[in-house]
Design a protein around this ligand. Structure first.
Ligand SMILES: [Zn+2]
Ligand SMILES: [Zn+2]
Length: 426
């Protein structure tokens, strides 16, 4: 009998366990339906209260061009988080900020970042405002790609660029961009009379005083952007503070920790600040001498411990660190060092990290991108170029054409028929 009782007890126990499990899962379902926790979109969660073997579950990644931006929402996308040394995994500094009012801003456009911007599938007419923290190539080295490639893909207006002055005119943004434009003479001359010319006009540069402390550099459409000085390499670098709709976003360019950031970045909803590779990794993996690793890693830039100290001062709702190679064997060291001085919310950023920011919530995800992306639709019809402004080949070069008319003519016939044209070969 004792044995029988024991087995009854065992069976009862199983039933109780099953009931508890059911209650547990029901509880979880209710929780999913009612509480907007960070990885599940509340609206979608409410529609899928139970897990189904045939229905899709909410995604926990960001697919570009697949989500509306709410009127009160900011979306920030890391389009470059790395270093001056190019590598496939991380482009150099570039941050795309999208606001619910439709405005979009690019902060820095470092080497390799133009392809990350392209992956976001945003029509290029909306990508006409660039803010540069300073003129190191890892912060503006892909400006030419955004300028020329963007115009080719549908930016039908000048590219507007805001950047700091220098301690001499030659070290200012205007000088750099005037000369970048000159360096593109052959590129731009070669497009005359062939493509819509509107995007290829000279950069529309607004150079502001790098010494201005919390001075307004941009104010349109309810958005105010201010600059504060930074301490990095030479006089000139700055950081930016964006305020819109009661939200505050801070983009810190390269700097030794400075008093202006400590004061004016305080209480930001999201604060980006550079955080350099730990000195031992600079020596071991980057082949720096100990002397230059110490100088670059702690004096020209911000060491991880100093980054943490700064974040403990300004206390943002979300702290974002960048400017280090984020690998399996470097991330722990960065994190450990930051955590000696800061225990608040932290994103160790990498390319394609995405933040959705509202007054109630900050959601952090990764974007999954289509590497086969083509240009997004242009917002306006292209303007036909004036063929008379085309610069001709010399007789010598033109005379070197091999006769291909017979094999090309079918393409002319096909396109003329399809679009009702009468285009002829040169
Ligand atoms: Zn720099
Ligand atoms: Zn840098």
């Amino acid at each position: 009998m004792g044995r029988h009782r024991r087995s009854t007890a065992a069976v009862t126990g199983l039933v109780v366990a099953a009931a508890m499990a059911a209650a547990y899962f029901m509880g979880r379902s209710d929780e999913r339906a009612g509480r907007p926790f960070s990885l599940v979109k509340p609206a979608q969660a409410a529609e899928t209260p139970t897990i189904s073997p045939v229905k899709a579950r909410p995604r926990d990644f960001y697919a570009p061009n697949s989500e509306d931006l709410r009127p009160d929402e900011m979306r920030l996308i890391a389009c470059g988080t790395g270093m001056p040394t190019a590598r496939p995994k991380q482009a150099a500094s570039c941050w795309l900020l999208e606001l619910g009012n439709g405005d979009k801003f690019v902060f820095d456009v470092g080497t390799g970042s133009a392809e990350r911007i392209a992956a976001m599938q945003i029509p290029y007419n909306f990508l006409d405002k660039v803010f540069l923290s300073h003129l190191h190539t890892d912060h503006f080295g892909d400006l030419d790609a955004l300028f020329v490639g963007g115009a080719l893909a549908g930016r039908q207006k000048p590219l507007r660029v805001w950047g700091p002055s220098g301690d001499t005119p030659e070290r200012g943004t205007k000088y750099a961009l005037d000369h970048l434009f000159k360096a593109l003479t052959w590129d731009l001359d070669g497009r005359k009379g062939i493509t819509d010319p509107r995007g290829y006009q000279p950069f529309d540069v607004t150079e502001f005083d790098y010494k201005a402390v919390n001075g307004i550099v941009y104010q349109e459409n309810g958005v105010t952007i201010r600059s504060i000085p930074a301490i990095h390499s030479l006089d000139g670098p700055v950081s930016f503070i964006v305020e819109w709709n009661g939200l505050k976003f801070v983009f810190g360019g390269d700097t030794y920790p400075n008093k202006w950031y400590a004061k004016y970045a305080k209480g930001a909803d999201l604060a980006i600040h550079e955080c350099f590779i730990a000195v031992p990794d600079m020596i071991d993996k980057f082949q720096f001498t100990p002397q230059s690793a110490l100088a670059v890693g702690t004096q020209i830039h911000t060491a991880p411990e100093a980054y943490g100290k700064m974040m403990s001062i300004i206390k943002p709702r979300m702290a974002v660190a960048y400017h280090f190679f984020k690998d399996f064997d470097t991330t722990a060291s960065i994190n450990d060092r930051i955590r000696t001085t800061y225990d608040g919310p932290l994103s160790l950023s990498e390319d394609y990290m995405v933040w959705n920011i509202t007054k109630d919530d900050i959601r952090v995800r990764m974007a999954i991108v289509d590497e086969d992306v083509w240009p997004p639709p242009a917002t306006e019809k292209p303007q036909l170029p004036d063929p008379t402004v085309r610069i001709p080949y010399s007789d010598m070069i033109a005379g070197g054409r091999y006769d291909m008319k017979d094999v090309i003519q079918p393409t002319y016939d096909e396109i003329n028929k399809k679009y009702g044209l009468d285009e002829k070969q040169e």
